[in-house]
Design a binder for this molecule. Structure first.
Ligand code: 13P
Length: 250
């Protein structure tokens, strides 16, 4: 049976107090589509206010430190995210893997730390344009995933995977539908290999230039269980039509 779709927004480094009205609009309009789970991952400093503004609507972080606490200037622990009202967090986004040089081992530690306190996790993987053009995308992404996955899926919190080809992020370019299908099937096989039947329940999101105009086609692909949306998640006007496409494909 198909999994319930998850459409999550990643606001990246966008969002001031004035944008809380947009969070409220998204949370309110998302209620019209109960067939889809909707969430927003906002800058850490906005989490508490966003969570207070939209009680019951899932607000998430965009990164988490793997340690419980300690001398890590500028970092945020899983318990801090939870304490601020987050219920999920992204880990391993390619922008952090690149700019902050995060390794697969670190991403695994972050995912493990978040899940252990009950924060759901969206773990990102994806290949560069070079790797795609050289024909190594499947091998690269499944190896990256294998090294980044937590050892077990025990506990209440949910793990989801986001396949985000780096060259598709913020560029308006997306892979072909057969390329997305092939990658999601490979990710599913990796999850099944690691977690058995539980691997069938892990949602696999596609991310990279998702918009209202392409969401329907992407959501129609087998093993695409939702989307991680950047630029088009910043306003209800752009984001809600993507949620609606998720509902229509459910
Ligand atoms: P865009 O939707 O802006 O391409 O960003 C995708 C992304 O990186 C989401 O995490």
């Amino acid at each position: 049976m198909a999994l319930k779709k998850l459409v999550a927004g990643n606001w990246k480094m966008h969002g001031l107090s004035a944008d809380l009205a947009e969070v409220e609009a998204i949370a309110s309009e998302a209620q019209r589509y109960p067939a889809v789970d909707v969430a927003l991952c906002v800058p850490s400093i906005l989490i508490e206010r966003a969570a207070r503004a939209v009680p019951g609507f899932p607000i998430g972080g965009q990164d988490v430190h793997h340690a419980e606490k300690g001398a890590h200037t500028g970092c945020t622990s899983a318990l801090m995210l939870l304490d601020a009202g987050a219920v999920l967090t992204i880990v391993g986004h390619s922008e952090r893997r690149d700019a902050q040089r995060e390794s697969d081992a670190e991403v695994k530690a972050k995912a493990t730390a978040a899940l252990s306190v009950g924060l759901s996790v969206i773990l990102c993987v994806g290949e560069s344009l070079d790797v795609r053009e050289q024909g190594g995308a499947i091998e690269t992404v499944t190896a990256q995933l294998d090294r980044s996955l937590p050892d077990s899926l025990e506990g209440e919190a949910e793990l989801a995977i986001a396949y985000e080809p780096i060259w598709a992020i913020g560029t308006g370019k997306i892979p072909t539908m057969p390329e997305i299908a092939e990658m999601h099937a490979a990710i599913r096989a990796t999850l099944r290999g690691r977690f058995g039947a539980a691997g069938e329940q892990v949602r696999i999101l596609y991310g990279g230039s998702v918009k209202a105009s392409n969401a329907g086609e992407i959501f129609g692909i087998r093993d695409v269980d939702g989307a991680l949306v950047g630029g088009a998640s910043l306003t209800a006007a752009d984001f809600i039509p993507i949620v609606a496409a998720g509902a229509a494909a459910s």
